[in-house]
Design a protein around this ligand. Sequence first.
Ligand SMILES: NC(=O)c1ccc[n+]([C@@H]2O[C@H](COP(=O)([O-])OP(=O)(O)OC[C@H]3O[C@@H](n4cnc5c(N)ncnc54)[C@H](O)[C@@H]3O)[C@@H](O)[C@H]2O)c1
Length: 400
Amino acid sequence: MRIFILGVDGYLGWPLARYLGARGHEVAGCDLFLRRKWVEEMGSQSATPIRTMEERLVAFKENFGRELIFKEGDLRDYDFILQFFKFFQPEAIVHLGEVPSAPYSMIDVHHCVFTQTNNIASTLNILYAMKEVCPQAHLVKLGTMGEYGTPNIDIPEGFFTIEYRGRTDTLPFPRQAGSWYHQTKVHDSHNIMFACKIWGLRSTDIMQGVVFGTRINEMGDGDDDRLLTRFDFDQCFGTVLNRYCAQAVIGHPLSPYGAGQQKRGFLPLRDSIQCLTIAINNPPQEGEYRVFNQFEEVYSVTQLAQKVKKVGDEIGLNVDISNLENPRIEKEEHYYNPDHRHLLDLGYKPTHDVEQELRTILEDLLKYRSRIEEKKEALIPDVRWDGTRRKSRFLTEVRR
Ligand SMILES: NC(=O)c1ccc[n+]([C@@H]2O[C@H](COP(=O)([O-])OP(=O)(O)OC[C@H]3O[C@@H](n4cnc5c(N)ncnc54)[C@H](O)[C@@H]3O)[C@@H](O)[C@H]2O)c1
């Protein structure tokens, strides 16, 4: 299949390209290398020493025996997308090319407006280019479980049937996003659903949980480290479990925010890539807009810290936990019960052994401990939801 990945240089985009390349698909991708700049702006760096795109492309060809067609360009530039689609004629389009960070979007008005403009305008450009060049193609769009927020009822996969004043309808489940970033995903969802309705496009909108992991199996024959994906741990671009693992390897306390009872859906990187591939292989009907909730298990951020501590202690790391003042405005204790059937029905086989995955991450990161140590200042958050900037204090004694 001809598969086009927008945001191919990113944490998910690069391993997805490898996974698809290893399976004989024709893969093209684009990126503007913004993620590399954003992490630098946060005073940090990827724990894994990632290569330039030139080196990545050479390694890709050597390992998978085929070219990855790559062009540098901006998704906010309609003509760039249009010309690339005309040239490549994609059958599936995986849109990962957005700002992925809630705290980054909350820094100030400029970061908020940038996040909203970047994400919403890019998705609109893609929809228009699809309509013009490849209306039969399947758009796989990465949204987030964060679109739903944390309602006090179960969360279905996108839609629910509701009776109101004696009448019944199936409607989109309410979205209650918790940051300007999450709001961009809500706006995208509405825009994509509308484009499917009026133009007959087909799309899978993936409400993805929080991803963790350093690797997938497709690392080339000799476990080629030129194929490593990035791994961030700073306050804006490190996701919670990845941040805990980075903290564990340098002897920094794991730091759940606030009461630490916030629950989220999580999944390992290798499962995220597996699920995206399942979605690609099973396209929806013409005009269909469907929603998949993509995660493996729900955990509280404290349960996850305890898991990292357990595995870390087993390999001799002596891990501590200490809660930090919560820089976010969010519920710290709440009900959370989202459905996630659609991908399982299509054959998704969860990894399940989260502790084994954590062991792999910690062992991988131990090789790059000094890179985390060098930028450890970036671990403590100072971006606050009230618009001020102040480093969070530890709230609890260090727990061993
Ligand atoms: N990683 C997670 O835990 C997670 C969870 C839920 C949803 N998601 C979503 O999945 C997608 C991919 O996430 P990720 O973690 O790989 O993020 P990432 O930042 O590593 O990847 C996004 C890529 O898109 C590129 N990009 C952004 N704007 C662009 C533009 N205007 N033009 C060209 N390139 C542009 C960036 O340079 C980056 O390489 C995002 O949409 C994110 O919101 C990620």
